[in-house]
Design a protein around this ligand. Sequence first.
Ligand code: FAD
Length: 409
Amino acid sequence: MYDFLLSDDEKALKAEARRFAKEDVPSSLIRSMDADQIRYPREFLEKAASRKLLGLRFERQWGGRASKWTGEVAALEEIGVLGSSLSCLYALVSIIGEAVHVFGTDEQKEKYLKPTLEGKLCCAEALTEPRGGSDFFGATTVARKDGDHYILDGQKRFVVGAEGADYFLVYAKTAPDAPPHQSISAFLVDRDFGVEVKHVYGLLGSRGGGTGRIYFKDVRVPARQLVGPEHGGYLVFNRMMIPERLTTAAACLGMARCSLEVAARYANRRKAFGDLIRKYEAVSFKLADSLTRLDAARSLVYVTACHVDQGMDSRRMVSEAKKTSTEMLWSVVNDCMQVMGGIGYTNVYPIERFLRDARLQMIWTGTNEIMSLLIQHEFFRELLGKPADARNVEMDALDEEGEEEKVYE
Ligand SMILES: Cc1cc2nc3c(=O)[nH]c(=O)nc-3n(C[C@H](O)[C@H](O)[C@H](O)COP(=O)(O)OP(=O)(O)OC[C@H]3O[C@@H](n4cnc5c(N)ncnc54)[C@H](O)[C@@H]3O)c2cc1C
């Protein structure tokens, strides 16, 4: 239904991603990951790479397809049906790739971006620390300059892919006393520089993606591993927020869509009181409301993709898309479980896994509270900087004499 928004090439790409999700990813992989029997599914990334499905937006010379965001979002909706672990590992290439593609040197692109898109190297993003993830500028991991090296000390946690990654994109303080926006730098840090990785907790969902804690103890990182300007990590972070939030938003569409289809098929077969349950409004209206919420979220995600493609400042839109789509997913999967009754709560159907996966979406890549923080901040900035060229509807109030009652302090 949304294909009319896509070019012919994007439709073909979406179909390729759909075929990949259907034919190249065995159910046994998803089951083993969920059971924590697989800690990191490297073969999934290798397979996606062999189909040239990784890092779609990046230039062809690095192995991408020079696709637009609309194409990537369409592909990600198809990958989303695999659940949040696999779609996150898939998206990490797009997220870290963005930093290297936009800020990296050609040498870094050759050494990291290209082999990542070829499935030869795996990456992970190390931003969150035990002391907090929301407050980016509060980072305590430090990188001290030592000649033509930096010495990294600190730790990061909740790093998806930590267990299998060959390299990490790490944010560390290089100028702890400088104003926050000029205090942090981004680095590409190879695992074999001496990064220690630990698997320290079980997860409610999104399992099998190698989420772990990583430690830097006097890790020597050559200065050429800086991504972007020294102390300019904020620029990299700001840019990476676009793929972080948009990929999360897009993958949620796929998870919601397939959950809804499972519940609708069930409602079309399951009987209660002698009739199909879909005949009961309490059931069919839940499905209708879920579909409406899914379509509303999808509309926002696609418009946001177009917005980013136009090169506009999309911080507010990507935050709105992330918040809307993740909240949509949670409520849709919850309603799907309700439609299916007790069996939906069991592991006979994958709805319970999607529910566990869905919960994370409102927390990672920036919590939805942080999305709200940014949305209102950008809104006030736009509102207060706006020229007064629109009708002043305050003057249409019934009490035209009421100006003096407008007391603000
Ligand atoms: C399974 C999993 C995978 C993850 N993957 C990665 C990864 O690959 N790489 C990575 O770097 N991180 C990753 N994260 C971390 C994730 O992004 C953080 O958990 C998230 O940003 C929140 O940080 P926190 O957990 O430290 O919570 P805190 O920052 O401590 O926040 C706690 C609560 O306070 C609220 N809060 C904080 N500040 C404000 C404020 N100013 N206004 C309003 N509310 C506020 C938050 O919304 C939240 O509800 C992952 C997390 C999980 C659970």
